[in-house]
Design a protein around this ligand. Sequence first.
Ligand code: ZN
Length: 272
Amino acid sequence: MPELPEVEFCRRALDRWTRGRRVVALEVPDARVVRDSRTDRPSHGSPAAVERLADIVASPSLGLARHGKRLLWTFERGALLLHLGMTGRWTRGASAFPKVVLGLEGGDRLTFHDPRLLGGIVPFRDPAEGTRALLDGLGPDALAAPLPRLVGKRAVKLALMDQAVVAGLGNVQAMEALWRAGLHPLRAAGSLTGAEHARLDTAVREQLEATLAMLGEGDEITYVEEPGAPNPFPLYQREGEPCPRCAAPIATFRQAGRGTWYCPRCQPGAPG
Ligand SMILES: [Zn+2]
């Protein structure tokens, strides 16, 4: 599922495709993704929201901002909160599951594609309301801001994935950043020394930058957890393979229902 780098990829693509070009047509093949508030419930699709969407996208675009895994697309007559959920993506190509299609001046068609309907679009007349929805409930952005000091007894990996603590990291980015920092995923969040925190702070941004560089500037994206997707990550789903740093076999365990991969030699210090 999309994490910060994939959402930033989407922001850059939409910005590139739409800079200086007006939206001249709107089709809504599935109005369930156009909602009055930020929710992942398809039943909350709203005809009034579709009307607002049509009016807003007919005005000139002023650009896109990102915070964590959310995007805010601002227009002269309002703003759209975009979230991708688990399977949402914006594409310039054809889509098997089109939910919303924007026709651009010059003929391109931008499609919001989302087979699982957990992503969505929330149109706001008042851009300030859109900004509040962009930031609501989220900690500082994991790419733009220093990592806040982590506290408490819960595992450091789960603290990193808590969007209220730091916005943008999911399962894959959190586990890969911990490997870069040489920290065991089960270490208590509040037990990190000042030096370990500094190492993790650097590792998080290096990890996000590395994924962004790997995603590049193309038009299309496949999420690593989808069937048949390429896996460019050093640890993810590589149990038994040699650690790229020390060659010890990579190990795995379940943590809060999600797979965690780590290097027992580079990431010592499992509690108990
Ligand atoms: Zn290692």
